[in-house]
Design a protein around this ligand. Structure first.
Ligand code: FAD
Ligand code: DLZ
Length: 507
């Protein structure tokens, strides 16, 4: 009897568990470009183009490998949902069972569980830690510190290990990875790929169908096959990894990429396996081509943070996305969608997002995330924005980073204190303040940096929650030492800034 094998747009791996369970002789692989996935949030056009183009090329690779593939293009007749497509194909091929790899989003898991055709879901074994392993690790712990989980993943993979000990005697070299922005950058950014005819066809389709979504389509350069993604990975290892650590937290107005890998879209879509990426990085260290702080830092992001946030997502369940511990309810300001702002750092982070469906971690965390948190934006709105605008965004990885790490909406599951900063952090780590209309050195009055005003506003309005936090006591002591008149001026200027912003004024 024929079975259907579902392959989703972020499951483009030949060794996917559903494919391993399948049988080339009899089973039919189902892939579908559907409205429900492409538009349930307003995905950036470049993200949709990347997913569709990579799906089409993966379908071809499957056929070349001997699989029968039933593929629905977005503009072909069919259903608008994954379940609808499965039902249609089940009828067409007289199939009674679907084999799937568990999707990375509760919404879709539930759609498959409730689909009239029977769907058998297998674990997604492209991750190092299964749900059970993470649950076992988390059970009974008072706090779920990523660092301890990460050490277990180092032991499990043997990456950067010297027997039972970490190489060079330390698990974490983050201390060396906080250098401010360099004067010049010796790396041109990721390897780029000129759209071929097939990619151009997708770009035309996406331009016609999703042109109203936030984000530019021109300048599309993403890898859309595993071979290209492997080339991009090798290029990163040789040209950027050695300096990845040093400038990991830096930001520069005229440098979109610095020494970041831009590999997350490929890893998350399945074109690259996370372990192979880490093994390639470890080899650069072993060969003496990249220093330990770079390689350890890079590997920690993948086997540490990436695995850990997935664990948190599945541990917390679907209600996690509704978390709003700080009871923030402001609407997301229009400048997140490209409207004018005088804040250079925010303008830069949004601009690269609009142009490339990308921004690096510190821009996401300490610029757009920091501003939303300080201003008290509804975390659900922030979550929807991040899920839509980045080419690497899928809920399992985006939500814990946004709801948890960035917005503290889960009450601090991921970090012991909120990631907030005033303008001085941004000034230290970037060159933005030099060309900003605001003055980072000004705390109040005409031209005062909004991050300065809102930082104290945030601490003041959440005093009850945070003043006893041992990592935040210093901040409250600094605030309390300021004279009362100054504190009142800060708070009232912050209030009027927020009011102007809410009324659509340019800030
Ligand atoms: P690099 O800086 O080169 O890092 C190497 C790799 O490490 C990345 O490719 C990625 O696979 C992994 N990584 C690094 N940090 C994280 C992290 N915190 N969580 C998970 N993986 C990590 N990452 C996503 O993949 N998808 C998202 O939707 C996403 N949303 C985010 C939202 C917010 C608010 C924040 C603060 C971070 C988010 N991140 C997300 C994490 C991180 O910003 C991106 O993984 C990174 O910027 C991707 O760019 P890169 O490939 O150049 O990363
Ligand atoms: C992100 C995305 C988009 C834009 N479109 C599709 C699609 O048309 N078909 C599909 O199978 N997958 C798509 N995806 C990826 C899914 O949204 C993703 O599998 C789920 O969000 C679970 O991570």
């Amino acid at each position: 009897k024929k079975r259907l094998i579902l392959v989703l747009g972020d499951q483009l791996s030949m060794d996917l568990s559903a494919l391993k369970e399948g049988d080339k002789e009899h089973d039919v692989v189902v892939m579908a470009e559907v409205g429900d996935e492409a538009a349930y949030v307003k995905h950036h056009p470049k993200k949709i183009a990347f997913v569709f183009a990579a799906m089409r090329k993966f379908a071809k690779a499957l056929e070349a490998d001997g699989w029968q593939v039933a593929y629905k293009r977005f503009d072909e007749e069919g259903s608008d949902s994954i379940c609808g497509e499965l039902m249609r194909r089940a009828k067409e091929f007289d199939a009674h069972e679907v084999i799937a790899t568990e999707p990375g989003e509760f919404r879709l898991i539930s759609a498959l569980e409730n689909c009239p055709v029977s769907v058998h879901m297998f674990n997604d074994d492209r991750f190092l830690a299964s749900h059970t392993e993470f649950q076992d690790w988390a059970e009974g712990r008072k706090s779920l510190r990523m660092e301890y989980f990460y050490r277990d993943m180092r032991r499990k993979t043997g990456l950067l290990m010297d027997g039972d000990d970490p190489v060079e005697g330390k698990w974490n070299f983050d201390h060396d990875n906080r250098k401010p922005a360099p004067d010049d950058v010796s790396h041109d950014g990721p390897l780029t790929f000129e759209p071929d005819e097939d990619v151009q066809e997708v770009l035309d389709l996406v331009g016609d169908s999703f042109g109203s979504h936030f984000g530019d389509l021109d300048g599309f350069f993403f890898a859309t096959t595993r071979e290209q993604a492997l080339d991009a990975m090798k290029d990163f290892m040789t040209n950027a990894l050695p300096k990845f650590g040093d400038f990991q937290d830096a930001m520069l107005t005229d440098q979109k990429w610095l020494y970041h890998s831009i590999l997350s879209p490929y890893i998350n879509a399945g074109l690259l396996n996370p372990l192979e990426v880490c093994e390639a990085a470890a080899k650069e260290y072993e060969n003496g081509n990249a220093p330990i702080n770079a390689v350890e830092g890079f590997i920690r992001q993948i086997i540490g943070w990436r695995e850990y946030v997935r664990g948190i997502y599945f541990l917390q369940g679907p209600d996690y996305m509704k978390s709003n511990t700080l009871e923030h309810g402001r609407k997301l300001p229009a400048f997140y969608w490209g409207a004018e702002t005088k804040m250079k750092c925010v303008e830069c982070a949004v601009k690269v997002t609009q142009e490339e469906a990308y921004a690096h971690h510190i821009q996401r965390l300490m610029i757009t995330g920091n501003f939303a948190l300080l201003a008290g934006v509804d975390p659900a709105e922030v979550h929807e924005w991040y899920l839509g605008v980045y080419a690497d965004a899928y809920e399992w990885v985006e939500a814990p980073n946004t709801i948890g790490m960035s917005q503290f909406a889960d009450g601090g599951l991921l970090g012991s204190k909120p990631y907030v900063s005033s303008g001085s952090y941004i000034n230290r780590m970037s060159d933005h303040c030099k060309s900003c209309e605001y003055k980072v050195s000004k705390k109040t009055g005409e031209g005062a940096c909004p991050f300065n005003l809102l930082y104290w506003h945030f601490l003041d309005r959440h005093r009850e929650r945070f003043e006893k936090n041992p990592r935040m006591g210093n901040m409250y002591r600094t605030w309390d030492r300021m004279d009362e008149e100054h504190r009142e001026t800060v708070l009232s200027e912050a209030d009027s800034l927020l009011r102007r912003m809410d009324q659509g004024g340019v800030i």
